[in-house]
Design a protein around this ligand. Structure first.
Ligand SMILES: NC(=O)c1ccc[n+]([C@@H]2O[C@H](COP(=O)([O-])OP(=O)(O)OC[C@H]3O[C@@H](n4cnc5c(N)ncnc54)[C@H](O)[C@@H]3O)[C@@H](O)[C@H]2O)c1
Length: 261
């Protein structure tokens, strides 16, 4: 098991729904967490709540140098043993809603918008993965030669995307596709790579545009069992379990209450 006591962890999007739940669980497991986000108020408040030496660090996942600074900050708190990549990102400039390949007005999706979404959800995830792995490679190994673990976030849309999600599905499918390869690449240095593919969870992505009750009424019935949206802490619990369980590697775990489209 990757022991997080005396260690640091990085959570990108750490002030968000999944991110804050994960930061809480990793802090409970003993880690000092770098909450890497662009939400200063929420991030500072969470660092204060954790109160164990965890810090908020303003980090833009679209900027490689900014990610490097966040990883460096984590290493300064202790050896980086866990990185959880669970950020959102800015909407593509000019985008107004679902991005169909050809919209109802007969206009195609500009390549720049497609590429923007892939940058936000896939390229940035690779950047965090590689920068974190470089730092973890310098750690002293723990049991079974383990130096650290990297968790990326896919989505059920990486398997079953909806209309208007070509770019998002491509990015999330990319996370699923690269997980085994990353695990193989990093195996010789004792770093595991696992991804989580969440279904529909009640995070800020929903609660910022409607009430929790409205979101549950709209999305909850699509989930067979439990018949509700996911609770972000259910993601946090799984992330903490992945960190603890050395034999989980190279796979993407669906976390979706059996939801299928
Ligand atoms: N909520 C769901 O149902 C769901 C389902 C499947 C996958 N996901 C994925 O989970 C991840 C997190 O989503 P969430 O639901 O927790 O969203 P969220 O909105 O609650 O959190 C996202 C966080 O990312 C931060 N962020 C935005 N731009 C950033 C940037 N440039 N740099 C760093 N941080 C930035 C936001 O400030 C926010 O705190 C995303 O990759 C999303 O695609 C979510």
């Amino acid at each position: 098991m990757v022991d997080l006591t005396q260690a640091s962890a990085l959570v990108t999007g750490g002030a968000g729904g999944f991110g804050s739940a994960t930061a809480r669980r990793l802090a409970q497991a003993g880690a000092k967490v770098v909450i890497a986000d662009v939400a200063d108020e929420r991030g500072e408040a969470l660092a204060k709540e954790l109160g164990n030496g965890s810090i908020y660090m303003r980090t833009d996942i679209m900027d490689e140098a900014s990610i490097e600074r966040a990883v460096e900050a984590a290493v300064n708190l202790g050896p980086l043993r866990a990185a959880v990549v669970v950020h959102g990102g800015p909407r593509a400039p000019g985008s107004t809603g679902p991005a169909r390949v050809v919209n109802r007005q007969g206009i195609r999706l500009p390549l720049a918008q497609f590429a923007h979404t892939v940058n936000v959800y896939l390229n940035s995830a690779f950047a965090v993965t590689s920068i974190a792995a470089e730092a973890m490679a310098k750690n002293e190994p723990q049991d079974s030669n383990q130096r650290g673990v990297i968790i990326n976030t896919a989505s059920i849309a990486g398997y079953e995307g909806q209309a208007g999600q070509a770019a998002y599905s491509a990015a999330k499918g990319g996370i699923i596709g690269m997980t085994l390869t990353i695990a193989r690449d990093l195996a010789p240095i004792g770093i595991r790579a696992v991804s989580i593919a969440p279904g529909t969870f009640l995070t800020l992505a929903y609660s910022s545009v409607m009430t929790d009750e409205q979101a549950q009424a709209k999305w909850g019935p699509m989930v067979p069992n439990p018949h509700r949206m996911g609770d972000p802490d259910e993601y946090g619990i799984l992330a903490a379990h992945i960190v603890a369980n050395d034999f989980l590697n190279g796979t993407t775990i669906r976390l979706d209450g059996a939801q299928r489209f």
